[in-house]
Design a binder for this molecule. Sequence first.
Ligand SMILES: Nc1ncnc2c1ncn2[C@@H]1O[C@H](COP(=O)(O)OP(=O)(O)OP(=O)(O)O)[C@@H](O)[C@H]1O
Ligand SMILES: [Mg+2]
Length: 143
Amino acid sequence: MKKLHSRDAEETREAGRRLGSTLTAGDVIALRGPLGAGKTVFTQGVAESLGIKEPVTSPTFTLISEYYGKMPMYHMDLYRLGTPEEFAWLGVEEMMDGEGVSLVEWSEKAGDELPDRTIRVDIRINSDGGRTIAISRPDGEAA
Ligand SMILES: Nc1ncnc2c1ncn2[C@@H]1O[C@H](COP(=O)(O)OP(=O)(O)OP(=O)(O)O)[C@@H](O)[C@H]1O
Ligand SMILES: [Mg+2]
């Protein structure tokens, strides 16, 4: 597990860029953390590293947004999801296994429906307004 400290939104975006530059097709990133933690800001950094020019916003009402850069990026926000079964019903497995990378905000709502290879990014809000970002790969390798 790798733990970073971010003092502002730009540092969180930079953390996203750094992780983004290591991603390959089929990678899935589960983002956890409270409202306003910086999950979307982190995703914007990943998008930048993939050469996506379109602005990335929270897809709260659409559930899934697709962006196209060096490879596709699928951005999901499960905040409004009822149960993990609903995630399974979305039928996104094929998409996650495809030629793009997937980022899932509020991934805890998916229960254990995400693939075993999922990289976890947990963002905590510290009392000084900074963020602690913990990145863990399923094999325990440094992210
Ligand atoms: N260190 C920091 N890292 C990230 N964002 C920060 C930081 N400090 C302040 N912010 C601010 O916090 C907000 C984070 O918003 P963001 O939409 O990324 O959160 P989120 O986790 O996606 O929330 P939601 O659960 O509503 O989707 C932004 O307004 C950003 O400017
Ligand atoms: Mg968000």
